[in-house]
Design a protein around this ligand. Sequence first.
Ligand SMILES: *[C@@H]1O[C@H](CO)[C@@H](O)[C@H](O)[C@H]1NC(C)=O
Ligand SMILES: *[C@@H]1O[C@H](CO)[C@@H](O)[C@H](O)[C@H]1NC(C)=O
Ligand SMILES: *[C@@H]1O[C@H](CO)[C@@H](O)[C@H](O)[C@H]1NC(C)=O
Ligand SMILES: *[C@@H]1O[C@H](CO)[C@@H](O)[C@H](O)[C@H]1NC(C)=O
Length: 390
Amino acid sequence: MHPQLDVIKMSLQRLIFTPLLVVFMSIHSHALVEPSTWKHAPNKASVRAAYWPAGDDLSPSSIDTKYFTHIYYAFIQQHPQLFHLRVTEFEKKWIPQFINGLRDRYPPVKTLLSIGGGGSNSTAFSLMATNKHTRQVFINSTIHVARQYGFHGLDLDWEFPENEVDMSNLGILFQEWRQAITVEAQSSKKPPLLLTAAVYYASTIKLIGNGPRTYPIQAIRDYLDWASPMCFDYHGAWANFTGFNAALYDPKSNVSTRYGIRSWIESGMSAQKLVMGLPLYGRAWTLRDPNVHGVGAEAVGEAIDTDGTLDYDEILVFNKENGATIVYDDVAVSFYSYAGKTWIGYDDGPSITKKVRFARSSGLKGYFFWALGKDKDWTISRQASNVWGH
Ligand SMILES: *[C@@H]1O[C@H](CO)[C@@H](O)[C@H](O)[C@H]1NC(C)=O
Ligand SMILES: *[C@@H]1O[C@H](CO)[C@@H](O)[C@H](O)[C@H]1NC(C)=O
Ligand SMILES: *[C@@H]1O[C@H](CO)[C@@H](O)[C@H](O)[C@H]1NC(C)=O
Ligand SMILES: *[C@@H]1O[C@H](CO)[C@@H](O)[C@H](O)[C@H]1NC(C)=O
């Protein structure tokens, strides 16, 4: 690709360890790509984003773009052994519909191709990130597919790096990815692709999988346009007690959005590069005893759906059809409802409003929804967008 890539890479690596040397080197290397252009200074433009699950009922051409600045196509996968992106018949059908449905819309939105997602192969990401050659194959393929279809950016949703080695390789991946994107933009004369990642709600992953492992904060801050903490999935039917999917505050534990966002900022992440996740879904349990229905009540597993997740619009229907009792918890800034043996923890207008205000007052770059259009008629999307202002 670029003949001087190795020199640049070397200076980038040094950037981490010997900043003074790099200042010196960059002064003496005007002929090269200015290394500082790889570092992405926070850009003031805010983000009101949402993920579109590919093949969803909601057609891309019916997305009301007033309420969004960025829409992610969710998800494409990498080949588990060869590590390039796999453009299957499914993608060949849906990606053009997505891009064409959103092209030339007013107001315009930017489109990102998101790689991975909750059900994706974490081991394959780990293997890919381990080795320079496989990272290059992956990076090259992501840029190729993004440009081929006309996306504005790329998003990685690796759920989740398993250990400190994965985290460290992830940092190297982001560095090389940014570098490749910069070089590609210079040769294609197109605006550089955006590079973002969906990440755990907190900067250290503690509660799932192996021992604690911390994200490569410096690489995330320097090489991504933004990172998107997934501030949800805090409590679900995998535990035997009811709890909120996405509490903003929890006086008794660290499993809250406030804790998570703070942990990112305290670890050195720029608040202006954080885009906070908001759920347009909730989680349902079957209560052991229908008369014991508070937060923390004993439960015997999921309810309604096989994994206990319910879209926001489905929850409203459930509540109505079953005459559910609805409770707002103003400490957690979350709702729950119950009817018979079913208990659902979820978000509704007032909790989303408070969370958007929290994101705004914390100086974050914006927010995103999982998933797009689960509020039918854009009720929550409109409200969030109005509260954020633009
Ligand atoms: C996940 O990736 C690993 C590593 O390439 C592979 O061995 C495994 O078969 C993959 N799992 C699935 C379900 O594809
Ligand atoms: C990336 O892919 C293109 C097209 O397949 C190829 O020409 C180029 O050599 C590749 N670059 C690397 C670094 O793999
Ligand atoms: C939930 O309860 C079941 C049986 O009552 C038990 O086997 C399981 O270990 C419990 N799970 C948790 C997370 O406590
Ligand atoms: C919450 O996190 C803080 C620091 O991150 C830690 O000191 C404290 O022990 C944690 N509390 C709980 C209940 O895990």
